[in-house]
Write a protein that binds this ligand. Structure first.
Ligand code: GDP
Length: 440
């Protein structure tokens, strides 16, 4: 996400490195570089110009304090301005009405159906809602099937009417069904097209009028850059939507859509999709995104993702096991699964300040855990619960069973034992303190 932009902004700031003050001359050069970086990221020209003019004016108006360098000052100004550019503060979803109707709009392939599933999961698990999905794409039976599969995954019901080819009636029936059966959010997935056409716009406008939605979310593929911005503009002119959902940000290294869409259509980005899985949805926080773009990391989101996976009771039980030296391979695998649930590895590491840039070109394999899981998978239940009983003969059998090498099994056993020792030490405060004192 935003890799190239990060790199180029970094270079732009270097112009100011070693300079004692911000002057008309050195700032002009930096601003030129920043503008170039934004244009390369596929930011709309007008947006880039207005943005850099603003940054320049602010930079020249500030006195550089002794404690900070011109580079630091400019980073701060950029952080504030990027936050503003992307909408300032977070814009919450309006979900107070009962039922709340949310209409999902966008072109085919933008990620509407995927987002509908993700949103249902988010509303159910994070906001305590009881959602009902409505399959409103009457043109592609496969789209209804896809929505049903996703709905099943997130355990939320779908209203379908395969005999009807009237999306307006289906949407109305869906809302009536929700009222009747006590669902407090109705998410209507609508049909898309390959490109904008009049019939599509008329249809979705009619669905809007019939259902009077509280939120109309426009879903768009961020990888299409300026096209995404133009499509957003056309949809907004007709639909007057309430928010934007930018999908596939995990594959978009330029980030132009995220940076320009708010200033062009003047509607907030409410969510971003960062993967195909149902968990890969984030509420959009302009300030956190600005920090990420500037390579300052996004620790807040990282901690939040960790907290989502954190179950206090489970953690207490685990602590007890560690203290008693009973941590076994079942616990080990369940820890790996929790980490995996937090999302894509590279994306997670990118949230750590300073790390994003460092691992930009490193290929981080999300399947890195696979051999470990295969090895543990080849252990018998007895072995998993009694790691100390795994002798050489058992190791040979495990290697064979998991299609790995005996060295891989030995390595994993050593890592596991080292980890267990360390965890035990840290779970005992007195021992941990003793160990710390022994450190150089
Ligand atoms: P629709 O035609 O608008 O309903 O689009 P779909 O929901 O069918 O999505 C089209 C494709 O994009 C599917 O293969 C999805 O798995 C994929 N997709 C959707 N959202 C994301 C995302 O945030 N990241 C990635 N990498 N893929 C996504």
């Amino acid at each position: 996400m935003f890799d190239n932009l990060q790199d180029k902004l970094d270079r732009a700031f270097k112009v100011l490195k070693g300079q004692g003050n911000i002057t008309e001359i050195n700032v002009a050069e930096t601003i030129k570089e920043i503008r170039k970086a934004l244009l390369d990221a596929d930011v709309n020209y007008k947006t880039a110009k207005a943005f850099t003019d603003d940054v320049k004016q602010k930079a020249l108006g500030e006195n550089v304090l002794n404690s900070i360098s011109p580079g630091q000052l400019l980073t701060k100004i950029m952080n504030d301005e990027l936050t503003q550019l992307m909408g300032g503060s977070v814009t919450e979803l309006e979900i107070g009405k009962n039922p709340t109707v949310i209409l999902i709009a966008g072109l085919n392939g933008a990620g509407k159906t995927t987002f509908t599933g993700k949103l249902a999961k988010y509303l159910k698990e994070k906001r305590g809602k009881k959602p009902l999905l409505v399959a409103g794409d009457v043109y592609r039976p496969a789209a209804i099937d896809q929505l049903e599969v996703l709905a099943q995954q997130v355990d939320v019901p779908v209203y379908t009417n395969r005999d009807s080819n009237d999306p307006i009636a289906i949407a109305e029936e869906g809302v009536a069904e929700a009222k009747k059966n006590g669902y407090n959010v109705v998410i209507v997935d609508t049909a898309g097209r390959l490109a904008i056409d009049e019939a599509l716009m008329n249809e979705i406008t009619a669905v809007k009028e019939a259902t009077q939605p509280h939120e109309i979310l426009f879903v768009v593929d961020s990888m299409t850059g300026q096209d995404a911005v133009n499509t957003a503009k056309t949809f907004n002119d007709r639909l007057d939507f309430t928010g934007v959902v930018l999908t596939k940000l995990d594959g978009d290294t330029r980030g132009g859509a995220a940076l320009s869409i708010k200033s062009v259509v003047n509607k907030p980005i409410k969510f971003i999709g960062t993967g195909e899985k149902m968990e890969a949805l984030d509420v959009f926080y302009p300030d956190r995104m600005a920090s990420r773009i500037l390579g300052m990391g996004d620790v807040v989101s990282l901690v939040e993702r960790a907290q989502q996976q954190f179950d206090e009771k489970e953690a207490a039980a685990l602590q007890k096991k560690i203290r008693k030296n009973k941590f076994d391979f079942n616990d080990f695998v369940s820890q790996i699964q929790q980490i995996k649930k937090m999302g894509n590895m590279k994306d997670l590491m990118g949230m750590i300040p300073g790390v994003g840039k460092a691992i930009k070109d490193v290929d981080i394999d999300d399947d890195a855990f696979k051999p470990i899981e295969a090895i543990v998978g080849s252990m018998t239940p007895f072995e998993r619960e009694n790691p100390d009983a795994i002798d050489q003969k058992r190791r040979m059998r495990i290697a064979k069973g998991s299609g790995t090498d005996i060295n891989d099994v030995n390595k994993l056993m050593k890592q596991f034992n080292d980890m267990r020792k360390m965890m035990k030490q840290f779970s005992n405060p007195a021992a941990a303190a003793k160990m710390m004192r022994g450190m150089p």
